[in-house]
Design a protein around this ligand. Structure first.
Ligand code: BDP
Length: 598
């Protein structure tokens, strides 16, 4: 078995982690000639760019911002000489795909831009010396890779992205890169599943190592007292009077896994562990057997200049704002985020719907508007589908592999707004759901976000999900402005049709919102003004509160974010409750008040 992605790099007695973040050399390769010209050995005429960051907003020219094709990064790194060691490079992500070369030799290739790339470089490096890493990355979109889109060639030959999704096609080395040294015999992976037994809890675990030495697993409370221990690669930790990880009241234990040879430490790995259960019971979502109503946001990894680049201060600020507004949940729309988001959510007691980058599964560059207009593009009836399915399954596997131990992750979302009205889509998604269910040790509820075309009478996929997630824009894309009273009637009409189906499943709104300019105020309200956003929200809340199977509301979006340019977007999508600079629009106070007592 290969080393798994769940082990976020950590320094300890047996492991050494060195950050390779900083300035790297960079070069666009529009003619894809880098490989034949040997750029993996040395990047001539390169410029310096920071890692982690998207490259798009670092520059002042259109060409660089919208560049679509191959591009290269390189840097030198020192490898400390150590006995009996495996050396790895771990990229938080390479967007959307990449080939990694060490000292000119190809080490690995990886498809998908939002999950880690782990390379064993032991056989490629010179220990005790400087070594060279080059990455050939590529950010083209197609209908056989995730997220879906196309590449458009302008008359002058320039290629640009044509996303079938509503966020800018940011790319590059957007997450941290680490050099990791671990012992030859080491912990490759672990997973845990908690169950409750009165006041006590049981944490069953499975550890994967590449050797036969003894494994011990211990659990420590916040004060550092060992509260449970077990040995063997599989076992159970019995925790008396367990402190549970509760929503917005997190308690984290430390789990310590050790491999020892007659008492001598070979390898260790420590992690935070929240004890909690997740269950759907009829129309209720239960965490630790208590119903929870989801309050929060669909988000993006998005900020000025850094694009989708990972940034701890931004994580901190976003959690402060979410807490201030009394939220308890967010969806990682529309791709798995950097791992640090999940670590912090574990600490802050936030629930996460973790989403795979299956977005744009309708052939349209105005997907968001077409989502409610009955458009049908035969997406799951084209020859690209087998490759798309392969990539989709791979990314579901890597996402669950990476995130399976986070207490915050209570559900996986396996799509956003695909076409779902054909038997082809049903066949496609049946395979995705069946696979996802078979690999999640915690058997979390699986879901996906449905657009309005997925109407109760037409949708062929709602039966696949454990709880329904609806993206609805009654009062924005449908009957907006002076027509808002029609919007509410239409909204009720749809909800009554769902109700009549008696699905006996929770429903969560994973998107609803209006584009709102932080500068605009008007009475009576007009679309795009802050007053309209508030009225729209209040109207939507009245609908939500009329059906007891509705168990959550995640507003679209937490903050304004960058998109492709177009007549629908004013320097990006402005549906943020907060501005892109993370300051509140008036709607933030409306939500804060509602969620205080919800
Ligand atoms: C939905 C998409 C989301 C868009 C949103 C919008 O899921 O990515 O940003 O609409 O239009 O269709 O704001």
């Amino acid at each position: 078995m290969r080393d798994q992605l769940s082990l976020y790099p950590k320094n300890n007695h047996s492991r050494t982690v060195v950050s390779l973040d900083g300035m790297w050399h960079f070069r666009f390769d529009p003619e894809s000639k880098g490989e034949t010209e040997g750029w993996m050995n040395h990047l001539d005429s390169s410029i310096s760019v920071p890692v982690p960051a998207s490259f798009a907003d670092l520059f002042t020219d259109q060409y660089s911002k919208n560049y679509c094709g191959d591009f290269w990064y390189e840097t030198d790194f020192f490898v400390p000489a150590k006995e009996q060691t495996r050396t790895q490079l771990r990229f938080g992500s390479i967007t959307h795909r990449g080939t990694v070369y060490v000292n000119g030799m190809k080490v690995t290739e990886h498809e998908g831009g939002f999950l880690p790339v782990l390379c064993d470089i032991t056989g490629y490096i010179r220990a005790g010396e400087f070594n060279h890493v080059a990455v050939k990355a590529n950010n083209e979109l197609s209908e056989s890779t995730l997220p879906c889109g196309a590449v458009k060639t302008l008359k002058n030959g320039t290629r640009i992205a044509a996303p079938y999704f509503d966020f800018f096609n940011y790319s590059g080395l957007q997450r941290s890169v680490y050099l990791v040294q671990i012992p030859e015999e080491h912990i490759q992976d672990y997973s845990t599943v908690s169950s409750l037994n009165g006041k006590d809890a049981e944490v069953s675990y499975e550890v994967v190592t590449n050797g036969n030495h003894e494994v011990t697993v211990s659990l420590f409370d916040k004060e550092g007292n060992r509260v449970a221990q077990s040995s063997g690669k599989k076992g159970t930790l019995h925790v008396k009077d367990a402190h549970l990880w509760e929503v917005r009241n997190a308690y984290l234990y430390d789990i310590k896994i050790e491999i020892k040879d007659n008492g001598t430490l070979i390898d260790e790995y420590c992690d935070r562990l929240g004890i909690r259960t997740v269950r759907i019971d009829g129309t209720k979502i239960l965490i630790n057997d208590k119903p929870v109503y989801l309050k929060g946001y669909g988000k993006h990894e998005d900020f000025d200049i850094i694009g989708r680049g990972f940034n701890w201060p931004l994580v901190k600020r976003d959690f402060e704002l979410m807490k201030w507004s009394n939220a308890n949940c967010f969806r990682t729309s529309h791709y798995p985020y950097a791992e640090e988001w999940y670590q912090f959510a574990d600490e802050e007691g936030f629930l996460i719907i973790d989403e795979v980058p299956a977005v744009g599964m309708m052939r349209s560059t105005h997907n968001f508007a077409d989502a409610g207009m009955g458009k049908y593009t035969y997406f799951f009836e084209t020859p690209t589908v087998p490759t798309l399915l392969k990539n989709h399954l791979q990314q579901v596997e890597e996402m669950i592999e990476r995130d399976k131990n986070h207490a915050s992750v209570f559900s996986y979302s396996l799509f956003n707004e695909p076409e779902t009205t054909s038997t082809y889509s049903h066949d496609y998604f049946s395979k995705i759901f069946e696979f996802a269910r078979s690999i999640d040790p915690q058997h979390r509820p699986m879901t996906g976000a449905f657009e309005k075309n997925s109407a109760p009478e037409k949708c062929q996929c709602y039966m696949l999900v454990d709880f329904m997630c609806l993206n609805r824009y009654y009062g924005w894309y449908i009957s907006g402005g002076p027509d808002i009273s029609d919007a509410i009637e239409k909204f009720h009409d749809e909800m009554q049709r769902w109700q009549a189906k008696n699905l006996n499943k929770p429903f969560v709104f994973t998107e609803f919102g209006t584009d709102t300019l932080a500068t605009e105020h008007k009475l009576p309200s007009v679309m795009w003004a802050q007053e309209y956003q508030n009225e729209y929200l209040e109207n939507n809340f009245k609908v939500f509160d009329s059906y007891d199977f509705i168990q959550g509301e995640l507003v679209w979006n937490f903050a304004d974010f960058q998109t492709t340019e177009g007549i629908f977007r004013v320097n990006g999508n402005k549906k943020g409750v907060f501005t892109r600079e993370r300051q509140p629009k008036d709607a933030a106070f409306v939500l804060k008040k509602r969620w205080e007592n919800k």
